[in-house]
Design a protein around this ligand. Structure first.
Ligand SMILES: [Zn+2]
Length: 229
């Protein structure tokens, strides 16, 4: 008697793959050859990265517009980019303990503290990558790209190291030379990276000797940094 089953449910936004309904309908090409002229084919829908990049770029342009004193893109330097990143911290969701906090260095404190919320390093790093690409796609020259400035790289590294210390996340892994069991080490470090991103840390089982997979471990740590609060 449940008449409502299978009713109008909201479409799943994640299953947004277009169905190739008309893919095989063109076998009888003599009937209606609606061949479109070149250049008018519909562009593919923007990927999540592309739309995020566009959003970030608009946010930055808006930031320039509201800047006091007024700031144009052409006069924008690495220092201004760092200023922008610091401005974004107020919207951050990652707890970064100050050195005086009793939970400094604890990834999962038992009770909340009053330390500030900031943008996680992984978020900032990805954002800079998108803005750097957007700058050049909008006509900027690579050699004058403020998002690729040395000062920005240094700032991001300081944020990464500072957050690693404050939250107890080991971004930098010690390299252990174990030439005989290279395969075993690789598989262990992959497991460690996966476990770290799922459980949000806490299981310091002493693993992680991965010299080769330091990039994967770093991104896993960044993922943990964005999700754990
Ligand atoms: Zn704290």
């Amino acid at each position: 008697m449940d008449s409502t089953s299978g009713g109008a449910t909201a479409p799943d936004p994640n299953s947004g793959e277009p169905r190739p309904s008309a893919a095989t309908a063109g076998s009888s090409s003599a009937s209606q050859p609606q061949q479109k002229p070149e250049g008018s084919s519909p562009p593919a829908p923007p990927s999540r990265y592309e739309s995020q990049k566009r959003r970030d770029w608009n946010t930055f342009l808006q930031y320039l517009k509201n800047h006091k004193p007024p700031l144009t893109l052409a006069r924008c330097s690495g220092a201004h980019v760092i200023e922008f990143l610091k401005y974004l911290d107020q919207f951050g969701k990652t707890k970064v303990h100050i050195t005086g906090c009793p939970y400094f260095g604890h990834p999962n404190p038992p009770v909340p503290c009053s330390c500030p919320l900031k943008q996680a390093w992984g978020s900032l790093d990805a954002l800079i990558g998108r803005l750097r690409a957007a700058y050049e796609e909008n006509g900027g020259l690579p050699e004058s790209n403020p998002f690729g400035a040395r000062a920005v790289r240094i700032y991001l590294r300081e944020v990464r190291e500072g957050q690693a210390k404050a939250r107890g996340i080991p971004y930098e892994k010690k390299k252990r030379k174990r030439p005989n069991v290279a395969v075993a080490v690789a598989s262990v470090s992959v497991e460690a990276a996966a476990g770290g991103s799922n459980s949000g840390g806490g299981e310091g089982s002493g693993g992680g000797g991965g010299g080769d997979s330091s990039a994967a471990a770093t991104s896993a740590a960044a993922a943990a940094a964005t999700t754990t609060v």
